[in-house]
Design a protein around this ligand. Structure first.
Ligand code: NAD
Length: 508
């Protein structure tokens, strides 16, 4: 279908699979129209007060200050390091200290010369796109990243509508976040920005309205800030814990939620391997992104006997033909306070390679678990794997898809592959409603069943093999012809969503 506004946008391109599946099942035209654009596009601004910073002096400027007396700071923890080399200057740095300043420059022993940059108010662009709620409250992640846009959030919000339908959880789709590089702000500043976001958006969220969760650049800590800001001072505020998911288990989070997306990726890979008669023991795996999703998937696969042979992230790439020690890598990335960008770069147990070489590493499985549009046509030409399991949202471009299809590389599409996160988010929400706490065993048993069942239905749709088994029934979804697996996943989503509109009808 041609672009909706004449010119093709990123969103329009992403909707090509939707268009294909809609044609294939002859989706009701009014339902199609309802789903083509989001219900609501919220764009707003949040302001906050930034702290003063120490900014390293450029080498040419340093000459002028090389005779500056050093300052003796007693409270060493009063300087908070940021990933861009700056430091937050907390006021307690001045207590009991001997400070020498010249033209706003300070000389700190063993650290160097810095200019003190004044903090002050700062404005950030914020988004929340609520795509569809016919199946339940809006649900989707919060992304804090410097490269976000309306188009991106529209695409990711629509993806959530498809994903919640595929995972069979009673939610709709949403996505949002803030245009910010969180690594360049202090924890306190991130907390304040988050509180302000909720302060402004409060009327549009709630356990039965819109339920955020962690995504790129956010985590359980940020979910806790959101929950506090939303529930504080409310009557019966304990009933409102389900306003966000992905919380710490000690404050209403679910066991297994942190690893759920990676765990879901692995359940999909297990089901693919079972179907293919492929042994995952000794399988060679390359992983892009070593954040929440990539590191969990790598840990679980390594524990099952697979070898993680290469990992790429935004700051570096590492390779070890004999397999990387994943536990040690997790410690290097997530357990090391000095690793401010939480990167795999500098890991001593593997050698550094280029990102270009990463894609061509000889392996069986590739797990993209970073950002979108990484597997382009060129990258797909170079891949030496049998399977791409999409941990990330939208990691493959249309060209990438075409090349992989021609090269017979299997794909597990994102909307089923990374649906483990939202599935366990639903379990978390349910536990919050019932004031219950389930074991990790309970959570994973349910998750495994849900993911493997829905993945099997998608495979049946793709192969046009409708059947009823003791675990599932794919007969209502098959379309009478074979199709690619990405379209098949969308068929499953659209048929489940369409049923709501057709059975409930439209309010006027
Ligand atoms: P995260 O912030 O924890 O980690 C992101 C990782 O990607 C980091 O290792 C980062 O270095 C890497 N990265 C960023 N830009 C990159 C680039 N240009 N090249 C290579 N690596 C790059 O994020 P996350 O929560 O693990 O999410 C990763 C992906 O999974 C995203 O696409 C997200 O939408 C998707 N996802 C996450 C969840 C969840 O529960 N967290 C659920 C479903 C889907």
């Amino acid at each position: 279908m041609a672009g909706r506004n004449g010119k093709k946008s990123f969103y329009d391109e992403a909707m090509e699979t939707f268009d294909r599946a809609a044609e294939l099942i002859q989706l009701n035209p009014r339902v199609r129209m309802e789903l083509e654009e989001p219900d609501f596009e919220h764009i707003f601004y949040v302001t906050t007060e930034l702290r003063d910073r120490l900014v390293p002096l450029a080498p040419e400027e340093s000459q002028k200050f090389k005779d500056l007396q050093p300052s003796d700071m007693k409270a060493a923890d009063a300087l908070e390091p940021l990933a861009n080399g700056n430091f937050i200057l907390h006021r307690r740095a001045l207590l009991r200290s001997d400070i020498n300043l010249r033209q706003g420059v300070i000389n700190i022993p063993k650290m160097g010369l810095f200019r003190i940059e004044k903090g002050g108010p700062r404005k950030f662009k914020a988004y929340r796109i609520q795509h569809n709620q016919v199946r339940g409250p809006y649900k989707g992640g919060m992304r804090y990243h410097k490269d976000v846009s309306l188009d991106l959030f529209k695409t990711l919000a629509a993806d959530m509508t498809w994903k919640t339908a595929i995972a069979e959880v009673p939610f709709g789709g949403a996505k949002g976040g803030i245009k910010i590089d969180p690594f360049n702000y202090s924890r306190e500043e991130i907390e304040h920005i988050t509180l302000r976001y909720v302060y402004k958006f409060k009327n549009f969220m709630g356990p039965f309205l819109d339920i955020p969760a962690p995504d790129v650049g956010t985590n359980g800590e940020i979910m806790a800030y959101m929950m506090r800001q939303f529930t504080d001072g409310e009557r019966e505020h304990h009933k409102l814990r389900g306003v966000v998911t992905g919380k710490d288990t000690r404050i209403g989070g679910s066991e297994g939620r942190i690893r759920a997306t990676g765990q879901g990726v692995v359940y999909c890979i297990e089901e693919w391997a079972r179907d293919r008669g492929f042994d995952l023991k000794g399988a060679r795996v390359i992983v892009q992104g070593f954040g929440n999703v990539g590191s969990s998937a790598a840990e679980i696969l390594a524990a099952a006997g697979a070898k993680i042979v290469a990992v790429n992230d935004v700051n570096g790439t590492i390779h070890s033909d004999g397999g990387i020690d994943v536990m040690a890598l997790v410690k290097h990335v997530h357990g090391n306070k000095e690793n401010l960008r939480r990167t795999v770069a500098g890991f001593p147990g593997a050698k550094a390679i280029s990102k270009d070489d990463f894609w061509a590493v000889d392996a069986d499985i590739c797990i993209p678990a970073a950002l979108g549009e990484e597997i382009t046509g060129d990258v797909a030409e170079r891949l030496k794997v049998k399977l791409v399991a999409e941990g990330a949202n939208g990691p493959t471009t249309r060209d990438g898809d075409r090349v992989m299809m021609a090269r017979k590389i299997d794909i597990i599409p994102d909307i089923i592959c990374n649906a483990g996160g939202v599935t366990v988010s639903y379990y978390e929400w349910l536990q919050n409603q019932r004031l219950e706490h389930w074991t990790e065993g309970d959570v994973n048993r349910r998750l495994e069943q849900a993911i493997k069942k829905n993945y099997a239905i998608i495979r049946d749709i793709a192969r046009n093999r409708p059947q009823r088994t003791p675990h599932y029934d794919s007969r209502p979804y098959a379309v009478g012809q074979e199709c690619d697996v990405r379209t098949a996943a969308m068929v499953l989503a659209l048929k489940r969503i369409e049923a709501h509109y057709l059975l409930e009808g439209f309010s006027q």
